[in-house]
Write a protein that binds this ligand. Structure first.
Ligand code: TXA
Ligand code: MG
Length: 356
């Protein structure tokens, strides 16, 4: 156990003295959790193999799943990647800083452990003053996976980070709740056409406007477990985003059918004596009978839904709920990212409400 230092920092005007404390820790090979616009990251010096190994250990992350390298300057991409194709430059121009991670061929500068032995590297420039200041002051690119224990929902507040990692990391920069709430979109530019490996904060619709052709990797949109022969994005193999409760996702075109199905299941689980939660939306939350009902926000505002998703999953754990019945949301805009997380959190236990 180490003592984890927690310092508050303004997300709009971060004090340089606070950033410097964190940067010093990074430079000495330490572990610092920091806010980005998506979720909190667990940062280490990306070029220091020992520090990267310590990060994997603190998170209990499988060593075959590499983190994203965060930069504060587009020029750093040319150091970390062997080739920077035209499409990558277009995307960096359109979306950086922002919630988009590009996969490129790696350069020799990047240590093997940082990319888990792959020939490619994941890079992004976050849109957050604290993150950017930290990278600049550390004078090195920062490797940072989400700052949760492997398999748990990603942290959108410093409290969530501490819940998972207190005593396991050196420091948390507490910059308040994150704005987007789901992770960055991961797009592979080493294949043609470019392929979205993980839907996230930059929507498919926006990406198509800049790149004429974009594909969605089958795993990114799967509603059942897909057999993976060779995982290009190692993260897709592992169970993810999971609350402690069993989560069942109920999907369907018609809202009324979804509500009916969820109530039927909730009644069944409550009869069995299980503490049952429903993850609903503003339009439906009032109509459920269950032990705990939480709303993600209005179905018409998928931004709020994305922002509240991981928070609600963690709150169900606090409430010691045993079964969560979650409503599906539309598969458009940020809804694609939300559904990807819910489907994975359910371990693909998905009920189709339209089908009976
Ligand atoms: O928004 C985010 O992306 C947050 C913040 C902290 O930046 N980070 C984040 O990192 O979500 P992490 O490590 O939890 O997820 C990184 C994803 C994983 O699914 C991983 O498998 C994938 O990126 N990845 C990393 N390197 C890769 C590579 N070379 N090829 C394919 N996928 C890669
Ligand atoms: Mg993660």
């Amino acid at each position: 156990m180490k003592r984890t230092l927690v310092l508050k920092v303004s997300p709009v005007r971060p004090k340089i003295e606070v950033i410097r404390v964190a940067a010093r820790i990074i430079q000495n090979g330490g572990l610092v959790a920091f806010p980005t616009e998506t979720v909190y990251g667990l940062g280490v010096d990306a070029l220091n193999p020992k520090a990267v190994k310590a990060m994997f250990k603190a998170k209990k992350r499988p060593p075959d799943n590499p983190p994203i390298i965060h930069v504060a300057d587009k020029n750093d991409v040319y150091m970390l990647a062997k080739k920077v194709p035209k499409e990558a430059e277009k995307l960096m121009e359109a979306f950086w800083p922002g919630p988009l991670t590009v996969i490129l061929e790696r350069s020799k500068l990047v240590p093997d452990v940082t990319v888990a032995g792959l020939s490619t590297v994941a890079i992004r420039m976050p849109r957050h003053k604290v993150a950017l200041a930290l990278i600049r002051e550390s004078k090195t690119p920062i490797a940072a996976p989400s700052a949760n224990l492997a398999g748990r929902p990603s942290p959108t507040t410093a409290e969530h980070v501490l819940k998972d990692l207190n005593g396991r990391i050196d420091m948390v920069l507490d910059g308040g709740p994150t704005r987007i709430g789901v992770e960055s979109t991961v797009i592979d530019l080493t294949v043609k056409p470019p392929q979205i490996l993980r839907p996230g904060g930059t929507t498919y619709e926006k990406l198509v406007k800049v790149l004429k052709k974009v594909e969605l990797h089958p795993v990114a949109v799967a509603d059942k477990k897909v057999k993976i022969l060779w995982a290009r994005s190692p993260g897709v193999k592992h169970r993810h985003y999971a609350p402690r409760a069993k989560l069942i996702l109920v999907e369907g075109q018609r809202k009324e059918k979804v509500v009916e199905k969820i109530q039927e299941l909730a009644d069944k689980f409550m009869r069995e004596g299980k503490k049952t939660g429903v993850l609903a939306t503003d339009e439906t939350a009032g109509g459920y009978r269950a032990d705990v009902v939480k709303s993600l926000g209005s179905r018409r505002n998928l931004r709020t839904v994305a922002k509240r998703l991981f928070l609600c999953l963690r709150e169900f754990d606090e409430d010691k709920v045993e079964v969560i019945l979650a409503e599906g949301v539309p598969l458009k805009g940020l809804g694609l990212a939300v559904m990807n997380r819910l489907r994975k959190a359910s371990g693909y236990t998905i009920v189709k409400a339209d089908e009976d």
